[in-house]
Design a protein around this ligand. Structure first.
Ligand SMILES: Cc1cc2nc3c(=O)[nH]c(=O)nc-3n(C[C@H](O)[C@H](O)[C@H](O)COP(=O)(O)OP(=O)(O)OC[C@H]3O[C@@H](n4cnc5c(N)ncnc54)[C@H](O)[C@@H]3O)c2cc1C
Length: 430
C-alpha cells in the first residue's frame, strides 16, 4: 500500500481491501485516468485527487470486482440486488461514510473523497447498484449529518454508515416530482408524535429500506417554510409498500411506491428545525447531483473503450468499423466531452469544499452529464450494430440506465430553470 490511511487501518476498516496504486485495470481509458495519480505523474498533478484518493479507489475496486460485478447480471434479471448484504460489505470497509464524521463511524474526510468513491462505483457494470449506494451515502444522509441531533445520528446515521441498515429518500410523490414544494404528505404534531399521512413515489431501495429520510408538510403556510425532514422507520404500523415499480432501466435497484396511513413517529425524529425541510432538501440535492455526475463518468468511459475494442475487431467491407473516420472521430469527440463534464464537476467540488454555493455549477454539471450520457450511449450503441441491441453488452444497459439522469434528482428542465435563476433570466411567477 502506498500510504496508510490516517486512522483507518487502526479502526480495521478498508485495510482488508487495500491494494495500493498498482492494481491492474482492464480498460486503457481507466488506466489513463489512474495514471493521473500523483504517484505516477508527480505529486499534486491531479486537480482534485491525491495519492490517498487513488488508494481508496483501488481498494473499492477490489470489492467491486469480487463482491459486486460477478453478480450484477443475476441481480439485473431478478429486478433487485441484496442491499443489506452488499451494504454490510461496503460499510465494514468504510465506504458508506467517507465524508461522515468519525464519531459516527465515518472516515471524517472531505467531500472530494465521496466524489472519488462515486467515480469508482461507476465501474459497477450497471447503474442500479451504484444509485442505491449513492442514496445511502449522499442523498438520504447529508441533512441528517449536518442538522440532526446527536441522538438521531446515533440511532440512524451510525448503522447506515456501518451498512447494517438500508436508507431511502422520500421526496417525490405521485403528484409532485419536479415541483417539490407541492408535496401533499403531512406530518401533524399530536402530543410527542408526528402522525404521517400521504404517500411517496419512485423511492429507490423502498422495498428493502429500514428507514426513510422523509419530506413532509408539518404545518400550513408558505410551501417553502412548512416542510420538515423526518427519520421514518419503515417497520412502523401504517407504512405500506404498495408496489415495486417495473422500470426500463436501473433494473437491479428496487423502486417503490409507498403509502402512509396514520403512521406515528416520535417528534424527536425530526431532523434539525421544524419548517426547514425544504431548505435542507435543496442543500441535500447539491450533494446528490454532484454525486450523480461523478458516478456516470466511468460508465461513459468504459462504454467508449468497449466500443473501441469491438469496432476494432469487427470488420465490414474488409476493414475494421473503427477505421471509418466518422466512428473514430465521433468517439474522440465523446471522450472530449466526458473530460469537459469531469472538469466542471471537479471545479464545483473544489468550490463546494471551500464552502461556496455551487447550486449553479452542480445544476450545469448534472444537465450536461445527463444529456451527454444519452448522446454517448446512443452513438456508441449504433456502432455496435445488432449486437448493441442485445442485453449482452454494457452499452445497451448504459443506454437504458443513464436515461434516468436527465429525469431523476431534478429533470433537465429543472436544472435549466435553476441556471436561469442564477442568470437572472427566469421570468418571475405572477
Ligand atoms: C428510477 C427512479 C428512481 C428515483 N428515486 C427517487 C428516490 O429515491 N427518492 C425520491 O424522492 N424520488 C426519486 N425519483 C423521482 C425523481 O426524482 C422524479 O421522477 C423527478 O424529480 C421528476 O419528477 P416526476 O417524475 O414527477 O416528473 P414531472 O414532475 O411530472 O415532470 C415531467 C417532465 O416535465 C418537464 N418539466 C419539469 N419541470 C419543467 C419546467 N420547469 N419547464 C419545462 N418542463 C418541465 C420535464 O421534462 C419532466 O421530465 C426517482 C425516479 C426514478 C424514475
Amino acid at each position: 500500500m502506498a500510504r496508510c490511511w490516517p486512522g483507518l487501518l487502526a479502526r480495521g476498516k478498508w485495510g482488508k481491501w487495500s491494494s495500493g496504486l498498482s492494481s491492474p485495470t482492464r480498460s486503457p481509458l481507466r488506466a489513463a485516468s489512474l495514471s493521473r495519480a500523483p504517484g505516477a505523474a508527480g505529486e499534486g498533478a491531479h486537480v482534485l485527487y491525491s495519492r490517498e484518493h487513488y488508494a481508496l479507489r483501488a481498494s473499492l475496486r477490489k470489492i467491486i470486482d469480487k463482491e459486486i460485478n460477478p453478480f450484477v447480471d443475476k441481480w439485473e434479471e431478478e429486478g433487485q440486488f441484496p442491499a443489506h448484504k452488499v451494504f454490510k460489505t461496503l460499510g465494514q470497509a468504510g465506504f458508506l461514510g467517507v465524508n461522515k464524521p468519525t464519531e459516527y463511524g465515518g472516515m471524517g474526510l472531505d467531500f472530494s473523497y465521496s466524489i472519488a468513491v462515486a467515480e469508482e462505483l461507476g465501474n459497477i457494470r450497471c447503474g442500479g447498484v451504484p444509485m442505491a449506494i449513492g442514496v445511502q451515502t449522499d442523498m438520504a444522509t447529508p441533512a441528517l449529518t449536518r442538522f440532526g441531533s446527536d441522538e438521531l445520528k446515533q440511532q440512524f446515521l451510525v448503522p447506515t454508515i456501518a451498512g447494517e441498515v438500508v436508507a431511502c429518500l422520500g421526496v417525490s410523490e405521485p403528484g409532485a416530482g419536479s415541483d417539490v414544494a407541492s408535496i401533499k404528505t403531512t406530518a401533524v404534531r399530536k402530543g410527542d408524535d408526528y402522525v404521517i399521512n400521504g404517500g411517496k413515489m419512485w423511492i429507490t431501495s423502498g422495498c428493502q429500506a429500514d428507514w426513510m429520510c422523509l419530506l413532509a408538510n408539518s404545518s400550513e403556510g408558505p410551501p417553502h417554510q412548512n416542510k420538515s425532514l423526518i427519520c421514518l422507520p419503515m417497520n412502523l404500523p401504517g407504512v405500506h409498500v404498495a408496489k415495486k415499480i417495473d422500470k426500463m432501466g436501473m433494473r437491479s435497484s428496487d423502486t417503490a411506491q409507498i403509502f402512509f396511513e396514520d403512521v406515528r413517529v416520535p417528534s424527536k425524529y425530526l431532523i434539525g428545525e421544524e419548517g426547514m425541510g425544504f431548505t435542507y432538501q435543496m442543500l441535500q440535492f447539491q450533494e446528490e447531483r454532484l454525486w450523480a455526475v461523478a458516478s456516470i463518468l466511468a460508465p461513459m468511459e468504459n462504454v467508449i473503450q468497449e466500443t473501441i475494442d469491438y469496432t476494432r475487431q469487427r470488420k465490414i467491407y474488409n476493414q475494421p468499423v473503427l477505421h471509418n473516420q466518422t466512428v473514430h472521430f465521433r468517439l474522440a469527440e465523446l471522450a472530449t466531452e466526458v473530460e469537459l463534464v469531469r472538469s466542471l464537476l471537479y471545479q464545483a467540488v473544489v468550490l463546494y469544499i471551500r464552502g461556496n454555493d455551487v447550486t449553479k455549477f452542480a445544476s450545469m454539471a448534472k444537465l450536461k452529464a445527463g444529456r451527454l450520457a444519452r448522446e454517448l450511449s446512443d452513438n456508441c450503441l449504433q456502432f455496435w450494430g445488432g449486437m448493441g441491441f442485445t442485453n449482452e453488452v454494457l452499452v445497451s444497459r448504459l443506454y437504458r440506465d443513464s436515461r434516468l439522469l436527465s429525469i431523476g434528482a431534478g429533470a433537465d428542465e429543472v436544472m435549466l430553470s435553476i441556471i436561469c435563476k442564477y442568470m437572472e433570466t427566469l421570468p418571475q411567477k405572477k
